[in-house]
Design a binder for this molecule. Structure first.
Ligand SMILES: CSCCC(=O)C(=O)COP(=O)(O)O
Ligand SMILES: [Zn+2]
Length: 253
């Protein structure tokens, strides 16, 4: 994506917040992660994205842009402590002629309510297919559950809990309804967080999934583990295999 900033902005628009030679700086990392996610089919056609929080600062992408072509100059920065009214966000740095991601209130929910450092939103077809396969469940209590699969160990036990889930644990990911506008999903995402306080992810029906983590690496690993489990569950369904094992324990204890 061509840069929309110009040199005139450099002194006025806090460009120092997005300029770094460190590849781990959020303004460098978000475009790099989105390029990887595009390769996985997670952020095709401008959908999906990622946001990173470092202490008080939140870094996020513009709305409606090819996420795999983003550059650091395209990144928005906001301060968590300066957000008095969530409906009127104050940005420390804004690229010219763009709007911040519609996912901003959802990313902020992960940062403010779960103290997450990274939130990833994918439009993965595996995530969408799982929500389609769960449409027979009542919408008020729709949840993806899976157990007795090794990759479940890729998930943390929950908010402020140490360690990861075990092979025999059941991973539960709530599903919320989609809304015509992405930002309106935030209240449903927050409700799901209240109902499932240990969840690190929320599926959105016929849309995708939001996954967060205590660190960027953990958010990425959880998003990858989840996509693996979604794909596995779809394939198991095709083979007529249940993805929730009714056998409490398989193998030696
Ligand atoms: C075809 S993408 C529709 C909007 C969406 O679901 C999404 O995740 C992208 O939102 P953004 O504002 O970040 O472009
Ligand atoms: Zn989306």
């Amino acid at each position: 994506m061509a840069s929309t900033t110009d040199s005139a902005q450099a002194t006025e628009n806090n460009d120092h917040l997005i300029k770094s030679t460190d590849s781990k700086h959020p303004a460098n990392l978000i475009p790099a992660l989105c390029r990887k996610f595009w390769g996985l089919g997670w952020v095709s056609g401008t959908g999906g994205g990622a946001s990173i929080r470092e202490n008080d600062l939140v870094y996020l992408a513009p709305s409606g842009v090819s996420k795999e072509l983003m550059e650091p100059e395209n990144i928005y920065v906001l301060s968590m402590s300066k957000q008095e009214d969530p409906k009127k966000r104050v940005y420390l740095r804004s690229p010219l002629n763009l709007k911040p991601s519609q996912c901003t209130p959802l990313f902020m929910a992960a940062f403010t309510r779960r103290n997450a450092s990274c939130c990833i939103h994918t439009h993965s077809q595996w995530a969408v297919l799982i929500t389609l396969l769960l449409e027979n469940q009542p919408s008020s209590n729709r949840v993806f559950e899976i157990n007795n699969i090794e990759q479940i160990k890729g998930f943390g036990k929950g908010f402020q809990k140490q360690g990861n889930l075990g092979y025999h644990d059941t991973l539960r990911i709530p599903v919320i309804e989609n809304t015509p506008h992405e930002e309106d999903l935030a209240e449903y995402l927050e409700e799901a967080m209240d109902k499932y306080p240990d969840t690190y992810a929320v599926l959105v029906r016929r849309h995708g999934v939001y996954v967060w983590g205590d660190t960027v690496d953990k958010a990425k690993a959880q998003a990858e583990s989840l996509d693996y489990l979604f794909q596995l569950a779809v394939e198991m369904h095709k083979l007529g295999l249940p993805w929730v094992s009714s056998i409490a324990q398989i193998g030696p204890s």
